[in-house]
Design a protein around this ligand. Structure first.
Ligand SMILES: [Zn+2]
Length: 450
């Protein structure tokens, strides 16, 4: 077997690993690069290695794992895209929205003339996304799928509705790809299933150098909400529309029921995609560990902002409220309408609940930058900016090591991917020291024959 590391090898985005099994070329994940410009520019290049693929297997629906599929299809890929049934449904929602955002960005750049190019073009269109979605082939977890002389199977790892680790059993050995690993105690998802035996492992390292704080995130959120409302401000929760938005709704509903957040404080869900995703979460209740009654009442009393005009109008009205809006790293989408108005107001609070990739607006705000560029203009930052890491959907360093430790027999080689360089290197060192395994962090573009 030969592995080409073509993304998420020097950062957390653009997850894509090409495996040559002898008779097949299988791409594990096909993610979009986000964050640093240096990384985002890779979205515009079709790696020559992608020219003759036989199959794509997706670990989960998040765009940094699935968001380049429409571009792959646009570049001529016509083969199957295998993923768990829930991942197929979620990815369909995410890809259409991503294509819409790409089209919108290009249109806005052309209208206001802030593109460096004569005419800004979208990376891909909704038609490209629809074509990619038509190539999805649902593969239920636990079922074996033959790809030539190899077999693929999926096993749930928490993290996100439908998220799975991928096992590719080739004639040269069994390759396990963790995808993104969830937590032992998540608000929505059950803990990851133990890993199947493997000879080669590719493991993520988003939180490879960090332990999640032992804090009561719900109480912290209630505290911020209360404090902000008392000074007449609003709380903006930039949230990934899929996963974190539902977790935040669940917590806010619990806080309201407990009286920890004022019952009459309005909650706005300003993300049509989050609403669609919430419907999917409800439909797949059997994959979650949330009581059915709570799942049904997730949006009770929540005001869903339907149109883009309503979103702009909401951003213009100033009264205490909680606004959940995407994208989660404030890299685009309707959250920018609110950020533009709220960032300069010291009464307001901006609370990030998910991982913020380096170079994203979210990471810049959390680093304390006093100015942030939105839609081509500089906006001062005077609002309170907070990070509630406890809402993360990612395993931390200890949980990653625990999951790997359950493999039993050590694999002959382990590759650490999907982490900022210090996180990846820290997990590499821990795997070597604590588990005694052969382990390395591959460089972007590295090719190995493990
Ligand atoms: Zn993910």
């Amino acid at each position: 077997m030969r592995i080409h590391f073509l993304g998420a090898a020097d950062g957390v985005t653009g997850s894509r690993h090409l495996v040559e099994t002898g008779d097949r070329r299988v791409l594990l994940d096909c993610g979009l690069f986000q964050g640093w410009k240096l990384h985002r520019e890779r979205n515009w290049l079709m790696p020559p290695e992608f020219a003759q693929l036989d199959a794509v297997v997706l670990s989960h629906a998040h765009l940094d794992h699935s968001g380049w599929l429409p571009a792959l299809v646009r570049n001529g890929y016509r083969g199957p895209i295998h993923a768990s049934p829930a991942t197929c449904e979620l990815a369909a929602v995410l890809l259409m929205d991503s294509a819409h955002l790409q089209e919108e960005d290009a249109r806005r750049a052309n209208r206001y003339g802030y593109s460096k190019h004569a005419k800004a073009l979208p990376l891909y269109t909704r038609a490209d996304a629809a074509r990619a979605i038509a190539q999805f082939r649902p593969l239920p977890p636990g079922r074996l799928l033959s790809l030539g002389a190899s077999q693929v199977s999926l096993s749930p790892v928490g993290h996100l509705l439908g998220a799975c680790a991928v096992l590719l059993a080739t004639p040269d050995g069994r390759l396990l790809f963790s995808g993104d690993l969830g937590r032992q105690h998540d608000l929505l998802m059950p803990p990851p299933e133990p890993p199947p035996a493997a000879d080669v492992v590719i493991v993520e390292s988003t939180y490879g150098n960090r332990r999640h704080p032992d804090e009561d995130s719900a109480a912290l959120l209630a505290d911020i909400v209360g404090r902000t409302a008392r000074r007449g401000g609003s709380v903006l929760l930039p949230a990934f529309a899929v996963g974190r938005a539902q977790a935040l709704l669940l917590v806010l509903q619990r806080l309201k029921r407990a009286g920890a957040v004022a019952r009459d404080l309005p909650i706005y869900l300003d993300s049509p995609m989050a609403e669609q995703a919430t419907t999917l979460y409800r439909r797949h209740g059997e994959l979650l560990h949330v009581p059915a009654r709570e799942l049904r009442s997730l949006c009770e009393g929540v005001r869903v902002v339907a149109t883009a005009q309503q979103s702009v109008r909401l951003a213009g009205t100033r009264f205490p409220a909680i606004i959940i809006s995407a994208s989660g790293m404030a890299t685009g989408g309707r959250v920018l309408n609110h950020l533009k108005v709220m960032a300069p107001d010291p009464r307001d609070a901006i609370v990030f609940a998910g991982f913020q990739v380096g170079g994203s607006r979210g990471a810049r705000l959390l680093a304390g930058e006093r100015e942030v560029k939105i839609h081509g203009e500089m906006v001062p930052v005077r609002a309170e900016v907070r990070h509630l890491e406890g809402f993360s959907g990612h395993a931390d360093r200890d949980e990653l090591l625990q999951w790997l430790g359950r493999l039993g027999t050590p694999p002959r080689q382990t590759f650490v991917v999907h982490g900022e360089p210090d996180a990846a290197d820290s997990l590499r060192a821990a795997i070597g020291q604590q588990l005694g395994w052969q382990v390395q962090v591959p460089a972007h573009g590295a090719v190995v024959t493990p």
